[in-house]
Ligand binder design. Structure first.
Ligand code: ZN
Length: 224
């Protein structure tokens, strides 16, 4: 297996195993760091972590154009207006088995952006790897449980602070998760979430057993 991750900026990234394309939180229009446009990005499956504009983003337009299946909690999917769309509502701790592998919707500590909804993350099994996409979240002690439940190869963790955990908490999260690798996301999109990823790398590698890979918007990394 070869699993490629391409980072499009903020919390938008693509996991591609050569046959299936999973896109997360497709905020591209209006994202100053976006490395692709909403009318060019590919997707078979779109994972939504919550309804804030910088995550829900271009989900409607991309799903309409690509016919991708959109996964999220029902309250978030309820914001989409897609006639005949492939929507898959699920909730925390649910597992969805798809052609490329499976994904589990997991807790995030963050507001949902829509009444009655909750924010979530995903643990994705694809291409022989287990990838934790944390979405927007504070650190929470049940990250230890996530690491106990699934051996996490790659954790994609927000480090921006202000709206999510910052570098120190994300470094501790990496330890609690027992992640083998960490890729920082959700930083440097705007001044309010400015962070030095090299500083985070030092902090995280000192606090945990994780190796940190910094992926710039537009760059890809093979998840080996
Ligand atoms: Zn948010």
């Amino acid at each position: 297996f070869m699993l490629m991750l391409t980072y499009y900026g903020h919390s938008c990234l693509l996991l591609d195993d050569g046959a299936h394309k999973v896109l997360t939180d497709p905020f591209l229009t209006g994202n100053p760091t976006a490395a692709i446009t909403a009318d060019a990005v590919a997707a078979d499956t779109i994972l939504l972590s919550h309804a804030h504009g910088d995550h829900f983003g271009d989900a409607q337009a991309i799903a309409e154009r690509t016919g991708a299946e959109v996964v999220g909690v029902p309250e978030v999917l309820g914001l989409l207006r897609l006639p005949g769309a492939k929507l898959h509502g699920m909730n925390l701790c649910g597992t969805l088995v798809l052609a490329f592998g499976s994904m589990r919707m997991v807790l995030a500590r963050h507001s949902s952006g829509v009444a009655g909804g909750c924010a979530c993350g995903y643990i994705i099994r694809m291409g022989g790897k287990t990838v934790y996409f944390a979405g927007d979240t504070a650190i929470f002690s049940d990250m230890r449980f996530l690491g106990e439940r699934d051996a996490i190869d790659y954790a994609l963790l927000p480090i921006g602070d202000n709206y999510t955990m910052g570098p120190e908490d994300a470094a501790l999260a990496a330890k609690w998760l027992g992640a083998k690798h960490v890729i920082p996301i959700h930083y440097n999109t705007w001044p309010v979430i400015a962070q030095d990823p090299e500083e985070f790398k030092k902090l995280c590698e000192a606090a945990s057993d994780a190796k940190v890979s910094i992926v710039q918007p537009g760059a890809s990394l093979e998840l080996a």
